[in-house]
Design a protein around this ligand. Structure first.
Ligand code: TXA
Ligand code: MG
Length: 323
């Protein structure tokens, strides 16, 4: 249990404006939603998103839910279909998250969606998170505000106990009404799949759009996002990947880290800073995948802190996809 306390803000005009300012500065602020407290960061900042993963102490980069003030703002980042429009009309603002195709113009950090071509979007109903979203002017990435492996917080006190000063501030909005996370549904052209049960029931969803599928394995239990069809695979480069590379061949592209690869133009972090490396990971991999190299050779990354999640991701990228 953490002993040092983060800054506690009241849900009044002054507190909300401080929360918005901190978020604009790239800091992390825990914010009450109608489901659970979220560990919020500027979703368009790779750095802030890397800080979220670091604060949670997750061993892998799971894609995060991106929160918006209203439907119009969300639709700037994802392409809705007719079913998504119906669900938004019925349940937003509220505890429903939709996974939809990400627009190529979206400014949301690639790290926030773990490099996927989809984005999980939600318009929360709680007046505090809504007010912060209106003021801050950027989407907010927010997983539950607890260390990985502990239970989701429904009081500001729980956030302080779990995260301590790993979060810069907590807006104390009292207890969360619903107490379980939002329901996550993938809204694909041909089918809708419930990926995570939550605040809106399957029956409520089916009353609006008819029968839906349910994912068989839950990511929260298995530790890895499991979802059908196009959502199954995380982004993997088409170019083969070679790990722990200390040297680079002429036709290879090199992804350096620290001292290794300082002469290469693509270095995850010359200062060997793991947070900076996490922030750069997905955009640099995408870039190197596009240069026509025979292989992406990647420098060794230390297996500590965020390095655990980075290496998890790199090992998956280096494993050839099964047919
Ligand atoms: O109630 C909630 O949803 C809370 C509050 C703070 O809003 N947030 C929350 O966020 O639970 P998070 O980031 O912990 O939930 C992420 C869930 C995971 O089950 C993840 O696998 C799924 O959403 N998810 C996110 N992006 C996805 C994507 N592109 N494809 C499939 N699943 C995705
Ligand atoms: Mg959680």
């Amino acid at each position: 249990m953490a002993t040092e306390r983060p800054l506690i803000l009241s849900p009044d005009a002054e507190g909300l404006s401080s929360a918005a300012t901190l978020l604009q500065q790239g800091k992390l602020v825990a914010i009450p939603t109608e489901t659970v407290y979220g560990l919020g960061g500027n979703a368009t900042s790779d750095d802030a998103v890397a800080a979220i993963f670091e604060a949670k102490g997750r061993p892998a980069f799971n894609p995060l839910i991106i929160h918006f003030a209203d439907k119009q703002s969300a639709w700037l980042h994802v392409a809705p279909n007719e079913t998504a429009e119906k669900l938004a009309a019925a349940f937003w603002p509220g505890p429903l998250t939709m996974v939809l195709p990400r627009r190529s113009s979206s400014s949301v950090s690639l790290l926030a969606s773990a490099g996927l071509d989809t984005l999980a979007v939600r318009v929360p109903a709680h007046p505090v998170v809504h007010a912060v979203l209106e003021t801050v002017g950027c989407p907010i990435a927010a997983p539950s505000a607890n260390r990985s492996g502990s239970i989701s917080p429904t009081l500001a006190e729980h956030v302080c106990d779990s995260l301590g000063t790993r979060v810069d501030a907590v807006v104390d909005g009292g207890p969360c009404d619903i107490g379980v996370e939002s329901s996550v549904v993938a809204v694909l052209e041909d089918k809708v799949v419930l990926l995570r049960p939550g605040g809106i029931t399957r029956e409520e969803i089916e009353a609006v759009i008819g029968s839906i599928d349910v994912a068989t394995t839950n990511e929260e239990e298995s530790g890895a996002p499991r979802s059908p069809g196009m959502l199954e695979r995380h982004y993997a480069p088409a170019t083969p990947v070679r790990l722990n590379a200390l040297t680079v061949e002429a036709d290879e592209a090199y992804l350096g880290f620290g001292e290794n690869g300082q002469e290469s133009s693509t270095n995850l972090s010359e200062q060997a800073d793991l947070r900076e490396a996490a922030a750069n990971l997905f955009s640099m991999m995408r870039h190197l995948d596009s240069v026509g190299a025979s292989c992406i050779a990647i420098a060794p990354i230390p297996e500590t802190g965020l390095g655990v999640a980075i290496n998890d991701r790199l090992r998956r990228a280096a494993t050839p996809e099964s047919p």
